[in-house]
Design a protein around this ligand. Structure first.
Ligand SMILES: Nc1nc2c(c(=O)[nH]1)N=C([C@H](O)[C@H](O)COP(=O)(O)OP(=O)(O)OP(=O)(O)O)CN2
Length: 165
């Protein structure tokens, strides 16, 4: 029986994106707004195709880059947090946490479908979006996609998503 498994990994300097965020933790603690130079890597595992590729890693690279560029130089805010409430009008986006309030121009913000803007949650969203974007080209034979996000020189959160769900 053939026990070999195959995977492609993309991890590029171009994937670094600089963004601001704040999270809550331990229930009551809400960080101050701060920034990171985030790093990203992505992996796809599955059988080899007729090219002997799992997938074309150039296509995977470009799909990841599209996501990192969309986050670069933005404030990342959570859509689904119970206490960080994010609202936008036609000009500004306001985030509140209890008696604290942050106001940003709309164009500076990216509001993500996450509870907390942790590295793990960013990895999930990037993974879902890359999967969606590449499915027409990559097909359905792939087993999974994994995205990892580095917040600070070696502090990674990652998320593995089944390709078909
Ligand atoms: N599993 C996770 N743990 C933590 C996350 C996360 O996303 N996933 N995030 C944080 C905070 O965002 C924290 O701000 C991490 O940033 P960092 O700059 O590394 O924190 P430090 O306090 O160590 O800052 P220094 O500037 O390096 O002193 C925490 N945990």
């Amino acid at each position: 029986m053939n026990q070999a498994t195959f995977r492609v990994d993309v991890s590029k300097e171009q994937f670094v994106f600089s963004a601001a965020h704040f999270i809550t933790f331990a229930g009551d603690i809400c960080e101050r707004l701060h920034g990171h130079n985030y790093g990203v890597r992505a992996s796809v595992e599955g059988p080899l195709d007729e090219n002997r590729y799992v997938v074309d890693f150039i296509a995977l690279r470009d799909a990841v880059l599209e996501q990192t560029l969309a986050l670069d130089h933005h404030v990342i805010l959570p859509r689904d947090h119970g206490e960080i409430i994010v609202t936008s009008d036609d000009r500004e986006t306001t985030a509140t946490f209890r008696d604290r309030r942050w106001v940003f121009p709309n164009e500076d913000c990216v509001i993500l479908p996450v509870v907390n803007t942790t590295a793990e949650e960013l990895a999930r969203v990037i993974g879902e979006r890359v999967r969606e974007k590449t499915r027409p080209q990559f097909g359905n034979a792939i087993d999974w996609i994994e995205v990892a996000v580095d917040e600070n020189h070696g502090q990674w959160g990652s998320c593995r998503l089944p390709w078909n769900e």
